[in-house]
Design a protein around this ligand. Structure first.
Ligand SMILES: Nc1ncnc2c1ncn2[C@@H]1O[C@H](COP(=O)(O)OP(=O)(O)OP(=O)(O)O)[C@@H](O)[C@H]1O
Ligand SMILES: [Mg+2]
Length: 348
């Protein structure tokens, strides 16, 4: 019998997706996973801009997927979210919560009252008699978070919690007991890619990049002079009657975009490495639809000189009546990382 359940909801550029987990003494079960595509422009750079379109997609998702509840854990991620390492004087967690706004204004480029704040303690520091807390400060613009929350509510759902998407990725594909001390996790989306570096499940560094698979598609569309939908099929290798010279154009476009992307990841790792010399990144684990682009993992491995592997977001759980066969599960695996990680946030 399923115990309690938690539903994670990811509102991405290309679609809305949700995963329902049940949990109890027998462990965690993936009960349901569903997704519904969004029209172009409904979500821009991680923000809901066409609420009606998102509401429609959410209603369709709930009608079609058989989720048992309406309470969701929602993810947010875009470049307006500030995530940075901050040291604060030591205090109890209740005090930290109540005084956070007062403590952190100096670290933020925007007014603290316009933000939703969170602080993840990563280390307690002891220097002589002084104790302090090192952690990651998260500040998300309130109106951006509310735009997502309002879309959820207009679809008849309730927001149980709001979480930073990179933390969801950490929960779902980060392996605290893995054979590496520190690893980078990278969820490559359509327009937003989330990078989080952790040691044993403890986040050390987060970067949200406005880049992803859609940039590759756009580059192909521009080079070949074709609509986005055709460029997307070409990118996925699903069109077999493309003239050789067009294919060459597409390949050049993909190569250039992948190079820009991989360079960005490399420089993020370099930046992290310079400020965290004691915790070098030993490997990169990827998820997200953008990670399915042929060759991208190899290119990243070469550029960063680290192994790059696909994350396993589903393998650790029992499977309920998801309605998905093995092939479908393999297909949704990279896409399930974020919603599963959001649901895990409710459980932990
Ligand atoms: N088989 C494939 N080969 C190459 N690219 C793929 C494949 N399948 C999906 N993609 C790409 O994955 C991207 C979408 O990834 P994902 O669904 O993780 O993004 P999203 O969560 O909707 O968007 P974002 O996180 O950017 O808001 C698209 O750019 C799409 O082209
Ligand atoms: Mg995404």
């Amino acid at each position: 019998m399923p115990g309690r359940t938690a539903i994670g909801l990811d509102i991405g550029t290309s679609g809305v997706r949700a995963a329902e987990l049940s949990y109890g003494r027998g462990g965690i079960t993936l009960e349901k996973f569903g997704q519904v595509a969004l029209p172009d422009g409904a979500v821009r750079d991680g923000e809901v801009v066409d609420r009606a379109a998102v509401v429609d997609a959410l209603k369709t998702l709930w009608k079609g997927s058989g989720f048992t509840g309406k309470d969701v854990a929602l993810g947010v991620s875009n470049q307006r979210v500030v995530v940075r390492q901050v040291d604060l004087p030591w205090m109890r967690s209740a005090e930290l919560k109540s005084s956070l706004a007062l403590q952190v204004q100096d670290y933020l480029p925007v007014a603290v009252e316009d933000c939703v704040l969170d602080f993840h303690v990563t280390e307690e520091l002891h220097e002589g008699p002084t104790r302090s807390l090192r952690g990651l400060l998260v500040a998300a613009p309130r109106e951006m978070v509310l735009a997502n929350v309002h879309a959820v509510e207009a679809a008849g759902l309730r927001t149980r919690s709001v979480d930073l998407t990179p933390f969801a990725v950490l929960r779902s594909i980060g392996r605290p007991n893995a054979d590496v001390a520190t690893e980078a996790l990278l969820d490559i989306g359509a327009r937003v890619s989330n990078l989080v570096i952790h040691s044993g499940g403890q986040p050390r560094f987060v970067r949200i990049l406005l880049m992803g698979g859609q940039d590759v598609t756009d580059a192909i569309a521009e080079r070949m002079g074709v609509p986005s939908a055709i460029a997307e099929s070409v990118k996925r290798g699903q069109v077999d009657d493309v003239p050789a010279e067009d294919l060459e154009l597409a390949r050049t476009a993909v190569d250039l975009m992948v190079e820009v992307f991989v360079d960005e990841i490399r420089s993020s790792l370099d930046y992290y490495g310079a400020s965290n010399p004691g915790f070098p990144v030993e490997r990169i684990v990827v998820s997200g639809g953008g990670s399915l682009l042929e060759g991208v993992l190899d290119r990243m491995a070469t550029a960063t000189r680290r192994p790059v592997v696909a994350g396993d977001s589903i393998g650790g759980y029992h499977l309920g009546r998801t309605g998905l066969d093995d092939h479908q599960l393999a297909t949704v695996q990279p896409l399930a990382a974020v919603p599963i990680g959001l649901a895990l946030g409710v459980i932990s």
